[in-house]
Design a protein around this ligand. Structure first.
Ligand SMILES: Nc1nc2c(ncn2[C@@H]2O[C@H](COP(=O)(O)OP(=O)(O)OP(=O)(O)O)[C@@H](O)[C@H]2O)c(=O)[nH]1
Ligand SMILES: [Mg+2]
Length: 351
């Protein structure tokens, strides 16, 4: 007999009534790349306040955001830093008050920047610092430049990454160079568009998993636990046919957006999107597949969302926290251990 009637009755009641916390999210793009990511996010649609920060006034004409903050007017006269990190930093320092007031009032702040230029790399860490001062949980998502952009940009980027890491709860690092392997034939502009879309998608998934009732939700406090001790993180992306989810898992594990050994990850936030027929069993199988690749004691949070446009398809985005990357020379870091069993989340499923 099984639980057929119980399940049917329970589901006919609709989703469990639940008080949804009013989680306030802000997304701040710093510099040209960060502002482009914000614009893309605005096109994707998201329930968050979008803020664009730049030293380059002309660039704002192609940016969609709720607020645009021009910094360093007296330094650059609105013309960008021309790749000068010190000017980028000074510009943000001079605008501390204004920046603080646009950042204040959120529970969760994402800071987006492409590293290698002057504004994202120089002003970005100041913005994250101010974001933390407001008391919000701060997650930075940054991209490392293409190697072909030159050694100078790469060394600026590495230095900036170190600063971001110190000033933020978690820094999610995505490497443009990985795009060359994943999508080798794309021209640079399109490769940026793919990266921006992915950044937007990850943020949208997190935002929806914590604010909109979906098949399986992630509590803000779960996210907080994972991100507060996150250190350096990255994203795995996989997609495939709903009826062979293992292929999507293999795809995800083969597609880290940063050159890392994911087996050392200390945490994972797995988000699965599928069509209306997606079952809990499939979600579970996918989560199991992803986590079988990482540490036994890793802390795992799972979110799942039904989207009609994913009928017969499946999409997996996973944030792996506590990873090590050659871009950062780390001393051995001790991550939290704790007795948190994997899949604990499945117990508190809202279905
Ligand atoms: N994801 C993404 N990355 C980009 C884009 N444009 C540039 N980048 C990357 O981001 C890095 C920094 O470039 P920008 O954001 O234009 O530089 P900036 O922070 O505005 O700095 P300055 O213009 O020097 O003041 C580049 O080296 C590229 O690797 C974009 O549209 N999207
Ligand atoms: Mg610029």
């Amino acid at each position: 007999m099984g639980l057929e009637y119980l399940v049917k009755d329970a589901l006919s009641m609709g989703y469990e009534a639940r008080e949804w916390d009013d989680i306030r999210i802000k997304v701040v793009g710093v510099g040209g790349a960060g502002c482009n990511s914000v614009t893309r996010l605005s096109n994707q649609g998201i329930n968050a306040e979008l803020i664009a920060v730049n030293t380059d006034n002309a660039h704002f004409s192609i940016v969609n955001a709720d607020k645009k903050v021009l910094i360093g007017k007296t330094l650059t006269r609105g013309r960008g830093t021309g790749g000068n990190v010190d000017i980028g930093e000074q510009a943000a320092q001079m605008a501390r008050k204004e920046l603080y007031s646009v950042l204040d009032g959120a529970d969760l702040i994402f800071v987006l920047a492409g590293l290698g230029g002057g504004t994202g790399s120089g002003a970005g860490p100041v913005v994250t610092e101010l974001a933390r001062e407001t008391g919000a949980l701060v997650v930075s998502m940054i991209t490392m430049p293409f190697k072909m952009e030159g050694k100078n940009r790469m060394s600026i980027a590495k230095m900036a990454l170190e600063r971001f890491r110190k000033k933020t709860n978690t820094v999610i690092v995505l490497d443009n160079n990985r795009l060359i392997e994943i999508a080798p034939k794309l021209p640079i502009k399109k490769a940026f568009a793919v990266m921006d879309y992915l950044i937007g998608d990850v943020i949208k998934n997190i935002a929806e998993a914590i604010t909109i009732p979906s098949m399986m939700n992630i509590d803000f406090s779960d996210l907080e636990t994972l991100m507060r001790r996150g250190g350096t993180s990255t994203v795995l992306y996989g997609e495939g046919n709903y009826y062979s989810p293992q292929d999507a898992v293999v795809d995800a594990l083969n597609n880290p957006l940063l050159d890392i050994d994911y087996r050392g990850a200390s945490g994972a936030l797995i988000h699965i999107t599928g069509g209306p027929d997606m079952s809990l069993r499939t979600v579970y199988k996918i989560a199991e597949g992803i986590t079988s690749g990482i540490r036994e004691d890793a802390e795992v949070k799972i979110g799942a969302r039904v989207d009609k446009s994913y009928t017969n398809k499946i999409k997996i985005t996973t944030i792996l926290t506590g990873v090590h990357t050659p871009y950062i020379q780390e001393k051995s870091t001790v991550y939290g251990t704790g007795e948190i069993g994997r899949f604990n989340d499945l117990i508190s499923v809202i279905y």
